[in-house]
Design a protein around this ligand. Structure first.
Ligand SMILES: *Cc1c(COP(=O)(O)O)cnc(C)c1O
Length: 396
């Protein structure tokens, strides 16, 4: 799954010049992940658990650790063992509410995991049985939230009702476990008050259960900038969380956790695709929704910042809107954008697409045989949403 690094370059155009890639090129900016992590750890008044699913590349994991990340939110036994193989000392939290028995057993016995999420009584039974009735568990009950206004609604799949959560908390405490409550407001949630409302729901559950919480986990969902989304700064989300926590009936010893994914890594990776055929304002490129551009597809329509890297010298034209088609034979393999690029885009040119460090490369499939990609490290600043910088590459 992980590709070897081809090399480190001063910039994306320099990497393109060196390789003239005809397959997708993933460009890692580990220093950016380090800086984002350091900022988040600095601003958030609790433990920051990185949601590994968002980008499990070991280079990125190490970059986040360099920025101060010591906790990892894993959802599968493979994520647990990956994190353990990279960080022998890290605290790993197994936050998928539905786990295989073998996964619970292995996580507890072999990887030192003590924190487990759950949202049903059956899962509590499984966890207790597979850990041999361990007395050192921290069991975090995931609360269901109503449908919010995040870009990706996560309300439909997991979570206990308030009444079920009350019972689960009491049962877990009766078993001698530490307990917590968690929720996820939805991914790319631009409304800070969503956390405040969720914390009020969590507080109502904790009061009804009459159980002192050891952990309150405010989940992920912290947004980043895309060309059509300019969320408020992280500080406003933290302020809303502080207000929500202050109103809760919690003790001094209650820990505060969060589980950001996107916010830590989106800026740290971009993708270079090559234009294989231009047809009017449609560009047929060598990567698509079965590759790194899944979220740009018909379901979510994410827009990304991009820049043109020209294969030949020519007169530059002003920006115009393009849509992209991916390489597979599926009609759904289409990214509507619009992607803003200079009007002179031509076959053989490359397009760097930014903000793809989150839910980009990790979603690649081998459908239709298009699973190849190369990986490089680059040192130039990331394309920032809303800013258009255009580079020219003259063929040798
Ligand atoms: C995906 C996920 C996250 C990370 O969400 P982002 O929106 O990327 O911050 C955190 N916690 C859980 C339980 C998740 O499923």
């Amino acid at each position: 799954m992980f590709r070897p690094l081809l090399g480190s370059y001063s910039s994306v155009p320099a990497a393109v010049r060196a390789h003239r890639p005809e397959i997708p090129m993933l460009c890692l900016r580990p220093a950016v992940a380090t800086a984002e992590a350091a900022h988040f750890v600095d601003v958030f008044p609790g433990d920051v658990l990185y949601a590994v699913k968002c980008n499990p590349d070991p280079t990125i994991l190490r970059a986040l650790a360099a920025g101060g990340i010591r906790h990892f939110d894993a959802a599968s036994i493979n994520e647990v063992s990956l994190v353990r193989s990279v960080f022998p000392e890290a605290r790993i939290h197994f936050m998928h509410p539905i786990k295989a028995r073998s996964a619970i057993r292995e996580a507890y016995a072999e990887h030192g995991v003590r924190d487990f999420a759950l949202d049903r009584a059956e899962e509590l039974t499984k966890i207790l049985e597979e850990t041999g009735g361990a007395s050192d568990l921290c069991l975090v009950v995931r609360l269901a939230l109503g449908k919010g206004n995040a870009r990706l609604d996560l309300s439909g799949k997991f979570g206990a009702t308030a009444d079920d959560a009350v019972l689960l908390l009491r049962n877990a405490v009766d078993q001698g476990a530490k307990v917590g409550l968690s929720f996820h407001v939805g991914s790319q949630c631009c409304d800070p008050t969503a956390w405040e409302r969720a914390l009020a729901q969590a507080d109502a559950v904790a009061r009804k259960a009459r159980v002192p919480l050891d952990v309150i986990d405010v989940g992920g969902g912290f947004p980043v900038r895309y060309p059509d989304m300019q969320p408020p700064p992280l500080e406003e989300f933290v302020a809303a969380i502080r207000r929500g926590v202050r109103r809760m009936e919690t003790t001094e010893t209650c820990a505060l956790w969060c589980e950001p994914g996107r916010a830590l890594v989106a800026a740290s990776e971009s993708l270079v695709v090559q234009v294989q055929s231009r047809r009017g304002d449609a560009l047929y490129v060598n990567d698509g929704v079965y590759g790194s551009l899944s979220d740009a597809g018909a379901l979510l329509h994410f827009r990304y910042p991009c820049r043109l890297i020209r294969a030949t010298a020519r007169d530059h034209q002003p920006l115009q809107s393009f849509s992209l088609f991916g390489p597979t034979c599926d009609s759904l393999d289409r990214m509507q954008g619009p992607f803003l690029l200079p009007g002179d885009v031509a076959d053989g040119d490359w397009v760097e697409i930014g903000q793809l460090g989150a839910y980009g490369a990790c979603l690649r499939t081998g459908f239709n045989g298009f699973d190849e990609a190369v990986l490089v490290e680059v040192l130039d600043p990331p394309l920032s949403a809303g800013m258009l910088d255009i580079d020219s590459l003259v063929a040798a």
